[in-house]
Design a binder for this molecule. Structure first.
Ligand SMILES: Nc1ncnc2c1ncn2[C@@H]1O[C@H](COP(=O)(O)OP(=O)(O)OP(=O)(O)O)[C@@H](O)[C@H]1O
Length: 368
């Protein structure tokens, strides 16, 4: 019998909390992943103090899920996401989550401000782009963010992929961000990364039909209104291609540079070249290329197959005189981990190592 999420949530519903309710009714379970007999989930406490008191609950949750038939291993991680937002005083209306009002137009640059601006408290901003969709740009962005956080950097991740925001799923975050003061948006925290996605502000069932100026307004809000805090690096996951978002970001925000992700396939490379040309035109330095889905290693026999071609990204990097920052194989665990909300870089193994290596390279090069 295959294990289901519902079975696991059923067990977790039986784990009571010291101050009433249970793990599920209090919405504390995040990133629940079931992979064959292996179950992973995160228990998210509102603050460090509560998390400290919940260790017996975590152990009880692990034991209860571990006792289900078919479960081979359970890993429950307890996290705390900073101090809880201030409670409204008696009689005061609770602060509403801010809305990124669709249709809002970008504000013009204040008089005297020309060219790309820095974001207060943020040392570096790296844009992760691609020419073609589906090459793994968001996967690379989330894993790099997590790997950099594991290297001790203070990392932010902004999902600016307006048409297909995937960071909430990949980072295992579903909560709507709050705004205690009604002006700034409180970002969320996951896997050591401060994150915000346009996807968390929108109705997931509604298709987005925004025109350029609305997109620019939304991007401006995400960068300027989110309380990012002090960051060593903010990673921006761009939509694929060369559209309004890329243009606005490069023209309005001071970027350290761009990283372009591509598969070795010719059609992907052709589009990657267009993205690189756009960054050059916008005077955004291209810091390097990352080859994703570079090869497939058969888990049964170890045979290596170059499904999307071979060497194309390396050649392109050489042509551009830009570094090849890393080559990442097609890897089932990467896909499963992304779908389950815990990027593969948060765990152990060759893929986590590969991402850590890229992260160390960026830190050593002063880019992150
Ligand atoms: N190295 C990899 N091995 C296996 N699967 C991968 C790898 N990289 C990405 N994927 C999977 O490929 C799919 C597409 O990845 P992702 O969403 O990161 O691409 P993208 O370039 O951001 O796409 P889009 O721009 O269209 O949002 C996802 O299901 C992801 O888990």
């Amino acid at each position: 019998m295959t294990l289901t999420r519902d079975q696991i949530l059923g067990e977790l519903r039986r784990i009571g909390l010291p101050d009433g309710g249970d793990l599920v009714s209090r919405d504390m379970v995040r990133a629940l992943g079931v992979d064959a007999g292996r179950v992973r989930f995160v228990i998210e406490a509102p603050d460090a103090e509560t998390a400290g008191a919940l260790e017996p609950v975590r152990r009880a949750a692990e034991a209860a899920v571990g006792a289900l038939p078919g479960v081979e291993a359970v890993s429950a991680i307890l996290t705390a996401h900073g101090p809880a937002p201030a409670r409204p005083a008696a009689g005061q209306k609770p602060a509403e989550a801010p809305s990124l009002k669709i249709g809002r137009h970008p504000t013009p640059q204040p008089a005297g401000q020309t060219g790309p601006q820095r974001v207060a408290g943020v040392d570096r901003i790296l844009a992760v782009g691609s020419g073609k969709g589906g090459v793994g740009k968001s996967t690379v962005a989330s894993n790099l963010a997590v790997a950099l956080a594991r290297e001790g950097r203070r990392v932010g991740l902004l999902d600016a992929d307006i048409y297909g925001p995937s960071q909430p799923r990949m980072m295992g975050v579903t909560k709507r961000p709050g705004s205690p003061d009604g002006k700034t948006i409180e970002p969320l925290r996951a896997h050591g990364v401060t994150m915000m996605s346009i996807g968390l502000m929108m109705d997931p069932d509604k298709a987005v039909v925004w025109r350029g100026p609305m997109l620019m307004g939304a991007l401006q809000q995400l960068i300027g209104q989110v309380a990012w805090g002090e960051l060593d690096v903010l990673i921006v996951d761009l939509p694929p291609g060369t559209g309004d978002i890329q243009l606005t970001l490069c023209q309005r925000t001071h970027l350290t540079g761009a990283i372009v992700v591509s598969t070795p396939q010719d059609v992907a490379l052709l589009d990657a070249r267009k993205a690189i040309d756009m960054f050059h035109t916008l005077k955004t330095p291209v810091l390097g290329l990352i080859e994703n889905m570079s090869l497939y290693i058969c888990p049964e026999c170890g045979h290596e197959a170059h499904i999307f071609g071979h060497g194309g990204v390396r050649d392109e990097a050489a042509r551009l005189d830009a570094p090849l920052l890393g080559s990442l194989p097609i890897d089932l665990e990467t896909r499963l981990a992304g779908d389950a909300g815990t990027p593969v870089a948060a765990g152990e193994g060759p893929m986590a190592e590969a991402y850590l290596k890229i992260a160390r390279g960026l830190v050593a090069g002063g880019m992150a």
